[in-house]
Design a protein around this ligand. Structure first.
Ligand code: NAD
Ligand code: UD1
Length: 337
């Protein structure tokens, strides 16, 4: 299959490019480096030992996207491109709605024009309301608390409607839980700009000495140790989920949501202690107030993906923490080094 990967220089996209090539797919990658670095593409090529076309475009640019589709004639698209910082989406919502929604509509039009039948979309567990019972299934109640989340919610709806109206085509909506880890080579990984918002990048930057201590944002939740519980999934497991999703997309019609998670929750303190043990480092931390809007517990029921995608997360938290540490220590300044 020839796969057009939008946002393929990013964190999840770069790991998925590796897995696609390993599984015999041909890839064409586009990105505008809004939140990534050209080095990620070079390093993917080094890992797989293969060249592939990369085109620097903004996929909100209709003509540029049209040209890529005409030149490369993909059979399928994986759409990672998007802005993803929750707090930033609250301060500049129109940038988020414009970038994430216009790009998706553009892509759907280009796919129809060029007869591309299958789309895999990066959605998020953030589309589920915080007051659902756990674990979250694909039928749990949806609703968001910030513009970023709403862009995912709206894109899911737009894709579902577009696929239905067009007919004889399919979309897989992958709702990722909390991606962590890095490629085992230590050459590609998450490279957050500025101070990281997410737990593991902040934790590993603290372990390497970039921050004095890790704020543990809330220890009064209704959980065994009081800290927040999430479903952390290794980014390489997420990547294999996309390969499985392509196979599924070729067999079905319509739009189908799937949770990609492990089904297991880990607390903040559990993560700190296991990370320290696995990597032989200290992570200084301090309990602080809760983050506004945070929920105590969130984890997936991944049964639908097990059954229909024939996919399971297989990597352990220990592997994810070791891989993160390898990436962090080899590249203390991310791709800037
Ligand atoms: P990322 O920022 O590392 O990757 C996104 C890539 O898209 C970046 O390389 C960026 O430069 C590119 N991009 C953005 N807008 C573009 C545009 N208009 N044209 C071309 N390229 C553009 O993020 P990621 O963590 O790899 O996430 C990939 C997708 O998964 C995103 O859609 C994100 O919202 C979604 N997601 C991420 C997480 C997470 O925690 N990382 C969780 C759930 C869902
Ligand atoms: C965040 C995003 C969500 C996104 C998800 C995965 C918010 C409100 N939500 O959710 O939209 O889909 O990341 O990218 O930002 N924590 C600390 N100290 C820190 C950072 C986090 O203790 O410095 C705690 C949090 O309270 C939480 C856990 O660690 O319990 C995980 O936090 P985080 O990595 O930000 O993920 P989410 O809260 O799930």
């Amino acid at each position: 299959m020839k796969v057009l990967v939008t946002g393929g220089a990013g964190y999840i996209g770069s790991h998925t490019c590796v897995e696609l090539i390993k599984n015999g797919h041909e890839i064409v990658v586009v990105d505008n480096f809004a939140n990534s670095h050209p080095k990620a593409i070079e390093r993917v090529k080094a890992i797989v030992g293969k060249d592939f076309p990369f085109i620097e475009i903004n996929i909100c640019d209709t003509e540029a996207l049209d040209k890529v589709c005409a030149d490369h004639k993909p059979d399928c698209v994986i759409h990672f491109a998007g802005l993803k910082a929750v707090a930033e989406s609250v301060s500049i919502p129109l940038n988020y709605y414009e970038n994430n929604i216009v790009s998706t509509i553009n892509l759907l039009r280009a796919m129809e024009k060029h007869g591309i039948k299958h789309l895999i979309f990066s959605s998020s567990a953030t589309v589920y309301r915080a007051d659902n019972e756990m674990p979250l299934t694909e039928d749990s109640t949806r609703g968001c608390t910030n513009p970023y989340g709403w862009t995912k919610y709206m894109c899911e709806q737009i894709i579902t409607d577009a696929v239905k109206a067009r007919g004889n085509c399919s979309a897989v909506l992958l709702r990722y839980f909390n991606p962590i880890g890095a490629h085992e080579s230590g050459t590609i990984g998450e490279d957050p700009s500025g101070v990281p918002n997410n737990l593991l990048p902040y934790l590993s930057q603290t372990a390497v000495g970039k921050h004095k201590e890790l704020p543990v944002t809330g220890a009064d939740y209704d959980t065994p140790d009081g800290t927040g519980i999430r479903d952390y999934i290794h980014v390489s497991d997420l990547a294999t989920g996309h390969v499985a999703a392509i196979e599924y997309a070729t067999k079905v019609e319509g739009a189908h949501p799937f949770n990609l998670g492990t089904g297991k929750g880990t607390s903040v303190l559990e993560m700190i202690h296991t990370f320290e043990k696995v990597n032989g480092v200290k992570v200084p931390y301090r309990i602080t107030d809760r983050r506004p809007g945070d929920s105590g517990v969130s984890y997936a029921d991944p049964a639908k993906a097990h059954e229909l995608l024939n996919w399971k997360a297989v990597k352990t938290p220990e592997e994810a923490y070791a891989d993160t540490w390898r990436w962090q220590t080899n590249n203390p300044n991310g791709y800037q080094d």
